[in-house]
Write a protein that binds this ligand. Sequence first.
Ligand code: SF4
Ligand code: SF4
Length: 66
Amino acid sequence: MKLTRFRIKQDICRICGKCEQACEENAIITNANKTVEIDYKRCNRCGRCLEACKLRAITKEVGLFI
Ligand code: SF4
Ligand code: SF4
């Protein structure tokens, strides 16, 4: 169970790749269908992707996540 997670808003994301470059865990994946996703099995909740996204397409959510 996790208390925070980061989420990418697909309607704001412009697939610039900056969050993917910033993620040292290789947890951000650009799919063939042009969506950017976070692999929560790899993500360590460091927040670098959120800081890297100048469009504010990444949000931090607080709650209980499995
Ligand atoms: S940095 Fe922001 S706009 Fe760029 S790919 Fe990541 S979420 Fe999308
Ligand atoms: S919070 Fe950190 S580990 Fe998780 S996707 Fe963002 S940069 Fe990668």
